[in-house]
Write a protein that binds this ligand. Sequence first.
Ligand code: NAD
Ligand code: IPM
Ligand code: MN
Length: 357
Amino acid sequence: MELKIALLKGDGIGPEIVDSAVAVLEKTAEKFGHRFIFTPYLIGGCAIDETSLPLPQETVDGCLASDSVILGAVGGPKWDGLAGDIRPEKALLGIRSAMGLFTNLRPAKLYPALRSASPLKDEIVGDGFDLLIVRELTGGIYFGERGYREGRYGTEAFDTEAYSVTEIERIGKVAFEAAMKRSKRICSIDKANVLESSRLWRKTMHELAEKYPDVEYRDMFVDNAAMQLVRDPKQFDVIVTSNMFGDILSDEASQITGSIGMLASASLGASKRGLYEPIHGSAPDIAGKNMANPIATILSGAMMLRYSFGLTAEAGTIEKAVDKVLDQGLRTADLMGSSLDTPLSCTAMTEAILKAI
Ligand code: NAD
Ligand code: IPM
Ligand code: MN
């Protein structure tokens, strides 16, 4: 196959980890006789520096003209003082929205080899956990009305959480379909004891649940869910939740797998074209030090092969290579805790994965 892939490297560790994913994708293409044509576009802080806009039109057009997109991360202290509408992070919301990517799949599983990297005790982890967070990605408080107004105590800022039945139904369907292919268990997470938008979310999910009688459905309040994730992660299989709750819970879920540097994601919409990115950010504290764990981005590349291109064997090859290096005990610094061994650099980990392909 010949496929066009847009690269949005972004800021901080973004370029380092995207380069790793590209090397792995190139090696995989070579092995299976495909041709991937990579084209870089600016996004985030680096785009602001060059064009004064976080999301230049050329980037949007380039992504829409590609078969799929790989993104590193955006943002950093350099741009933190900018107004909300021209911040690097706004570009991420912009590209997700422009591409119609209302679904964000964030799988979180514990690799047996990484058990000691998880902060959870052995008796909690048992034989491991494997969950899928289905995060709504183009609605909710990220996209609601926001601004400043005069309030009871003077000028105040506000952000609005709003969800329509249509938005809830379409993400719900994705989650129920995913549950049908997994262990047929789904937990919808909301704050329906307080928020009107969550009450509509819950009502809509209940109606959907009736159409999937084979799926064991339950609801949970988000505060309890944050606690339950560390108390007993094995109780979860598919989690479906709103944009903001999914953002927060997925960082939490990542750490119990050993590191945020492990978690990949797929952002999907109605077409095959998706955007694939690690769930973590630009990690300014380690940027430019060749220390980042590239695995989340490499596994995002594997998700791209599977979800956008249907290249299942190719995706499996990358995933197996990651399994293999972890089984060999190879670790970047984030996975090592207080160990005194020397960690692998980002490029050394990438080399090890390339060798295992
Ligand atoms: P972060 O995820 O960038 O970093 C949190 C911590 O995790 C840091 O200590 C970092 O070093 C570590 N970390 C993250 N990824 C790692 C990796 N691959 N390997 C090893 N360690 C890793 O979150 P933050 O510090 O809250 O945010 C930094 C910047 O990134 C902010 O500007 C934020 O807005 C942005 N951000 C962007 C995205 C994105 O582009 N998708 C996601 C989250 C945060
Ligand atoms: C993520 C990030 C983004 C989000 C930010 C940077 C806009 O935290 O992808 O998880 O909140 O969606
Ligand atoms: Mn996040």
